[in-house]
Design a protein around this ligand. Sequence first.
Ligand code: GDP
Ligand code: MG
Length: 438
Amino acid sequence: LQDGLRSAFKTLRGQGRLTESNMREGLKMVENALLEADVSYSVVKDFMQNVTDKAIGQDVLKSLKPEQQLVGIVQQALIDILGGDSDPSLHLKPDVTVLMMCGLQGAGKTTTCGKLARLIGTEGKKTLLVAADLQRPAAVQQLHIVGESVNTPVYSEEGASDPIAVCQNAVKHARDNGIDVVILDTAGRLAIDEELMNQLKTIDLKVQPDQVYLVVDGMTGQDAVNSAKAFNDALELDGVMMTKLDGDARGGALLSVKHVTGVPIKFIGVSEHMDGLEPFHPDRMASRILGMGDILSMFELAQREFDQEQVQKTQERLQKGQFTLDDFRKQLNQIARPGLMQKMMGLMPGMGELGKMLQGGDHEKEMRRLGGMIDSMTADERANPKLIDNSRRQRIARGSGVSPQEVNELLKQFDSMATMMKGMASGGMSGAMDMMRK
Ligand code: GDP
Ligand code: MG
């Protein structure tokens, strides 16, 4: 999708102004890109209608480049569909709040239960996880392991066969024990079936959860739409959590699920680890779908994981328009942790290649390799990479035991990173977007 949209906008580049006909052409390409991304056809149709209505009759602003105007319109329409009014709150009550998680088998319910418990714990509230998936033999055990990893008690009943009774008993147990939030981990099936839906409906009726959330696997594309519709018809969902939006998952499913159910998307799962849950931001997702990288998420991640003081220093240098290979080297040290590098690279526009270089292989070795190249540069070269001509490149390559091409690759990646950083320092988000569009 990202490549598709990017190229769609590229064809608009260089045109003096946005005319009705060249915009139509661009919109047609946007439509194709969305379809390619597995957004369901009816959703795409509505979306294109929405965008066209907005765009036609709108004066072309002289201060904007044509593609900026179309990007703006498409982006706003994406935000509208995804839920401009999004609300990541779980609406916890002062006494016990019961959350029910449902979804197909393997969607990520149990994992998301743990992530939510962890999140709620950071707000100083007590959670009880409830093992209501009695379908799979190992499900109860799995929830106990998850609960342990997030320091959260798990309610389960030995040899139980009635999930409704387990849920009811658990809620009572929670009330008696000063628990704030009860999370019901229900059973899923491989596909929607009557028995599963009836069981869930009965729990809904008898236990009366305050919020019912659907957990959807973000990698399932078109299937996500069908199951979301079935669950919403049966249970009147309060929200959706979409998992597995790390990796190559397409944002397309999100668009469709939101459109089909109309319920807010609350959280997205971005890793299999317990800290891999993020509030859903429609604006960021729209940017991501448009291929601009999820810059805000990246900075949030950076802020959480980096040494704050270092971040501060780097930011000060950025404000002055300075971002050197020395800073880059320091960042490499900071992020020399498994997983984090790939995560950041995946989120950054134009960094796909470096991310790929780091993927799969020996992570630390790659870090050493990149760091080694920078270490083989003189202080002057690090402050001003433009100095690095052919002979210097040869020397750096020899010094760090790599090929001159690898040095080139590093410099190219550094360049796009520096450009983005400078754009961000001078003009915030929109500044960065502008720099990237050039
Ligand atoms: P359930 O059957 O719905 O309870 O699904 P599980 O919670 O057991 O998750 C199924 C698989 O998906 C497990 O291997 C999880 O580690 C994985 N998983 C869940 N959420 C995410 C996510 O956000 N990202 C990734 N990469 N994996 C996830
Ligand atoms: Mg489960």
